[in-house]
Design a protein around this ligand. Structure first.
Ligand SMILES: Nc1nc2c(ncn2[C@@H]2O[C@H](COP(=O)(O)OP(=O)(O)OP(=O)(O)O)[C@@H](O)[C@H]2O)c(=O)[nH]1
Ligand SMILES: [Mg+2]
Length: 209
């Protein structure tokens, strides 16, 4: 019997590269987990929280900050990818279309994608783009973790209700985990780290078979 490796408190990461589109992404021989979500939902903040590095991904009060696919190598193996946020109206239609096609291309054609983290704002459930991504992950049988982020903006009773309602609405999804999360306070961090480690370990195990 092998001893269980203790869960790391943070996933040590180093910046690998920024890519404007799938074509410029590095070779797809390392398992990747992508972070998607509406602009300003907190994708970059979540990445900084779980890597324990406030300067890893750029956080901004101005939506639309992350305009490239930003790839980070994990020390334990595997990669995290910060995707450009969708639904940022002020960016201009041409720019939005370019980023969205980069995200769509990446999601639909990246063979080494082993899981998706969808960052949502707990106060705004049922957003159209979010629901589209959730439905797409179900159809593609890709595991998805939906973070109800900015939970610190609600009291604990309201957080529990939001989570229960979200889970009820998506109970037919074959591989969805929902977590109340706060990138600001670190709530949900260890649960997310554990899930990511499980995904990467499963991918590594599948490779060895
Ligand atoms: N209160 C609170 N604020 C948060 C939390 N997570 C992120 N924020 C704030 O939300 C804003 C947007 O955060 P980002 O991490 O830049 O969001 P993003 O999804 O990467 O945005 P784009 O790069 O534009 O797609 C910043 O002002 C963050 O400080 C959270 O858990 N709680
Ligand atoms: Mg960002």
């Amino acid at each position: 019997m092998t001893a269980k490796v203790p869960l790391p408190e943070r996933l040590e990461a180093t910046f690998l590269k920024s890519a404007p589109s799938l074509k410029q992404c590095p070779r797809d021989d390392v398992a990747e987990v992508a972070f998607a979500g509406r602009s300003n939902a907190g994708k970059s903040s979540v990445l900084n929280q779980i890597t324990g590095n406030k300067r890893m991904a750029k956080v901004s009060k101005t939506p639309g900050r992350t305009q490239l696919l930003n790839l980070f190598d994990l020390r334990r193996g595997g990669r995290l990818v910060d995707l450009p946020g969708y639904g940022y109206a002020k960016a201009g239609r041409a720019a939005q279309t370019t980023w969205q096609s980069a995200v769509n291309d990446y999601l639909s054609r990246r063979d080494n994608l082993v899981g998706l983290v969808l960052v949502t704002d707990i106060r705004h459930p049922g957003q159209v783009y979010d629901e589209e991504i959730i439905a797409w992950s179900a159809a593609s049988e890709l595991p998805i973790c939906v973070l109800l982020n900015k939970a610190d903006k609600l009291g604990s009773g309201a957080q529990g209700k939001a989570l229960a309602a979200f889970e009820r609405a998506h109970s037919d999804h074959p591989a969805l985990t929902a977590l109340c999360f706060s990138a600001l306070k670190g709530k949900g961090k260890m649960a997310l780290i554990e899930l990511l480690c499980d995904w990467f370990d499963a991918a590594a195990g599948a490779d060895q078979r």
